[in-house]
Design a protein around this ligand. Sequence first.
Ligand code: IMP
Length: 191
Amino acid sequence: MSEAVRVLVGRADLARRVRELGRAITEDYAGRQPVLLSVLKGGVWFLADLVRAIDLPLEVHFLAISRYGDAEESQGRVQILLDVDVDIAGRDVLLVEDIVDTGLTCRYLLSVLAARDPASLEVCTLLDKAARRIVPLVPRYVGFQCPDRFVIGYGLDDRERYRNLPDLLQVEDLASLRAAAEPLEAPPARA
Ligand code: IMP
């Protein structure tokens, strides 16, 4: 594998943790029919595995957003390109995120969703980069704490690449990753 990256969380650990989160959500929402919302595109890989680990009747809906510059420039304001096509009033809503970094995007989305009067509104994130948080935001469910490093794979991208890698990789050297002529291959499975 390229020296520009190293494995942060391998696929076996991802699968194990996703199963644990699914079990916790199944217990916490027992007797209810939660609405899971995912933000295109990065959260989709995690969501797809997570819903298969939840043993409840549930719904899945998607949002698509575009940012005005990066999260800090835009203060988290995003344009909603695709809105949820269901009325969430009175519903138990779980926002499923790939990563909460500064927290600005997530806080903005929560404020938009809260205004629609859901019965409950919680966040489930695969990765929590808590060290970079600008706004106070504590997700109810966290897969892994994430170091203050750029991460790719399992849905996370750099300029739309690497979402298909089955492991989460920590980027050690972004410039050489981008300069590399060879595609970054999926590293071999780790136990
Ligand atoms: P925020 O800073 O919490 O608003 O995060 C905004 C978005 O930045 C996340 O939903 C991700 O799409 C993206 N992001 C933050 N950190 C990373 C990373 O390490 N790799 C890939 N995308 C990231």
